[in-house]
Design a binder for this molecule. Sequence first.
Ligand code: ZN
Length: 182
Amino acid sequence: MNQGKANIHPIAQLGSPVLRLKAAEVEIENILDDEVQQLINQMMTTVSEAGGVGIAAPQIHHSLRIFIMCSKPNTRYPDAPLMQPTAIINPEILRYSHDKVKDWEGCLSVPSIRGLVPRYNQIIVSYFDQQGNKKQKELSGFLARIFQHELDHLNGLTFIDQVESTQDLISEEEWYRQIAIT
Ligand code: ZN
């Protein structure tokens, strides 16, 4: 299925029970352990190979509160900002903006569907990084959207749970035909 690339993990698809679990916190003193570091590296490789801008540990069948953000311009998100792949461990949202903005999302675990998803446009977040340092940041726009999408995965949710109406779901083929070109 994946040309024998041993480091690439099969991505859990919608219906897989692991995507519906509330993931467990990572013990802070374990962040530097090989097990956690290898999981982070596997997630980084997998999301890169899949061309995604984020991936959460449950998507590679580990129910732990870790995700990767790796926004970059690509064919799926041509306007995405460029950033170094960043591991986000035990994430929390401390503050939300009042306003939500609707924009299109896809998901490596929900192939062939796009949804118009309302998300807070600005958030203040905290998390531990791959070295175990506590971080606090303000995120806005597309990066705030990725953070909220990936945090949902740690709480057993996917973007299709967050759309206001099933009318806001379309096929990826129609998304490319109607939206991507404009
Ligand atoms: Zn996703």
